[in-house]
Design a protein. Structure first.
Length: 231
């Protein structure tokens, strides 16, 4: 097993551990925590690989956490669907977004090191003092940029998780901030140009950011209205 595969697998493990710790701190039963983590893990991998196959127009290499080239947005969407399905089946009413969001960010922070070592998710051409030679030329170490951003996002989410305007708001914060961050990071990656200077992933990440911001605004307004005294 290569070092890249090890770090990619560690990324999944890190996300699962962070979720376990935060969910248990919120009082979720151990068996429910395990079931949610496992189903989300499997759905995330399958969703990422299916997205990868759709984008590349070819069959995915493998449905396992050590294979490179996952499509993160597809994984997040499929994992979220699986997560919500299990929550409904278990009859869980409380939001767990404040546990899910830091877990996603922490997992990416470690997993992106695996992308750097694989190497995959290459940066754009760059001739500078911190450039790396990958894919036949000198490039931005874009994977490490992503790892640093995800680590900072993890710290931020952990810092504000008890100060959000409503339970589960951390997940919507994650969507908004991650989307904006990924939009900016794409300028340093080897990307397509679907619409002028912008690539397909930039448009998708911008939509993710807007969706997260919209959720934040709507839920915050609803929360404030529900807390207003009735005259």
């Amino acid at each position: 097993m290569t070092a890249g595969a090890v770090f990619t697998g560690l990324g999944y493990a890190t996300g699962a551990i962070v979720f376990w710790l935060l969910a248990r701190r919120r009082g979720l039963r151990a068996d429910h925590t395990v079931l949610l983590a496992v189903v989300t893990f499997v759905c995330g991998i399958v969703g990422a690989k299916v997205t990868q196959a759709f984008v590349q127009g070819a069959a995915p290499t493998a449905l396992d956490p050590s294979a490179g080239g996952r499509a993160l947005l597809g994984g997040i969407l499929a994992g979220w669907i699986g997560f919500e399905a299990v929550k409904a089946k278990l009859g869980l009413k409380s939001s767990l977004g404040d546990a899910v969001a830091p877990a996603l960010a922490a997992g990416e922070a470690v997993g992106r090191i695996g992308c750097f070592l694989n190497p995959c998710c290459l940066g754009g051409p760059f001739d500078g003092p911190w450039s790396v030679h990958q894919g036949g030329c000198d490039r931005h170490p874009a994977q490490l940029y992503s790892a640093a951003f995800a680590a900072a996002l993890t710290i931020g989410l952990l810092a504000v998780r008890n100060r959000t305007p409503y339970p589960g708001a951390s997940f919507h914060v994650y969507l908004a901030v991650w989307g904006l961050g990924r939009f900016g990071q794409e300028f340093f990656r080897d990307r397509d140009h679907l619409l002028g200077p912008f690539g397909a992933m930039q448009l998708a990440s911008l939509q993710t950011a807007l969706a997260g911001a919209a959720f934040l605004i709507v839920h915050t307004v609803r929360r404030r209205r529900s807390l207003e005294p009735v005259e």
